[in-house]
Design a protein around this ligand. Structure first.
Ligand SMILES: [Zn+2]
Length: 306
């Protein structure tokens, strides 16, 4: 009798154990949001990221497996500001998950609370500009990463109040690390204040503003529109006139176009990425990614100064 009773109790404990430690199933759209969500959730959440770090976040290759992941999720962490408008809405429709419906606590749009730049005064989608709600690449500014971290902590606390202390502790730790790193990054880029660079796509206005740089000339004539010979000729003449000697290129952009412009102008092509894991040496997470960006940009600007 006793043995049967003990067995039953043990069985009940085994059954209860996973439920007591249930983790939030979190889906992030892109690896930068996935990385910060992991920092904040810690052991209380399991994070899955949809886009690959080498993929254009505006044009992610939507796979059927994404629908299954979204269907099983408790939380969706998205950039918002129309970053994912080309591929996420259809997947969400098909995933039929009420937890991720607009306005539900499980739907976290990180753009909320961010002061977006470049919000168009007139909306004209016919010209093909894919930044119709303002520039959605705000995580290149570490101050915005802190805002996103706090936003995620608040949302996770609402969804899982029992683990709230852990989410707050993780946030404090992450924000503290960022604050210490910020001093280092400021120092590295300080000598280059006011310098201009060219980028393939308009990905870096928040990074530029934070560190006193100017990245306002692009190989794309408009965000999402491939370079044209007429536009590239204008870029070349402006680069020569203004002595701009650095071109930033991301993994999914056409490096050969950038190399041709570099050959014409004597500029250096610098490989950069918005996403942890987009380039070797950035896979550990957001802070390592920023380390890579700051050091590679400082190096390229320093070489041009000689
Ligand atoms: Zn963009």
């Amino acid at each position: 009798m006793n043995r049967i009773h003990s067995f039953f109790v043990l069985g009940a404990l085994v059954y209860l154990a996973p439920a007591a430690q249930a983790r939030l199933e979190i889906v992030a759209t892109t690896p930068d949001f996935g990385s910060i969500a992991s920092e904040i959730a810690g052991s209380r959440g399991a994070v899955t990221t949809l886009a690959k770090p080498t993929e254009d976040p505006h044009f992610v290759d939507a796979k059927p497996s994404f629908i299954v992941k979204l269907n099983r999720a408790d939380v969706l962490v998205e950039g918002g500001a129309e970053l994912e408008i080309g591929w996420l809405p259809a997947l969400l429709d098909q995933s039929r998950n009420v937890k991720l419906a607009l306005g539900a606590p499980g739907r976290i749009s990180c753009a909320q609370g961010i002061s977006l730049v470049e919000i168009p005064t007139t909306l004209d989608r016919s010209r093909g500009d894919i930044h119709a709600a303002g520039n959605p690449h705000y995580l290149s500014d570490p101050v915005n990463a802190k805002i996103v971290a706090e936003h995620l902590a608040n949302a996770f606390c609402q969804l899982d109040p029992k683990s709230c202390d852990a989410y707050r502790d993780n946030t404090k730790k992450f924000v503290g690390q960022l604050d210490r790193k910020m001093e280092e990054w400021d120092k590295l880029l300080e000598p280059f204040k006011g310098q201009r660079m060219v980028a393939y796509h308009n990905t870096w206005p928040y990074f530029a503003r934070q560190f006193g740089l100017s990245i306002d000339l692009f190989l794309e004539p408009k965000p999402g529109i491939p370079p044209t010979p007429v536009h590239l000729a204008e870029v070349v003449s402006r680069m020569k006139a203004d002595h701009i000697h650095v071109i930033l290129v991301e993994p999914y952009q056409n490096r050969r176009t950038a190399e041709a412009i570099a050959a014409d102008t004597g500029a250096t092509v610098v490989d950069v990425t918005q996403f942890p894991g987009g380039i070797k040496g950035t896979d550990k997470g957001y802070i390592e990614l920023m380390d890579y960006l700051v050091t590679s940009i400082a190096r390229a600007l320093g070489e041009g100064k000689k």
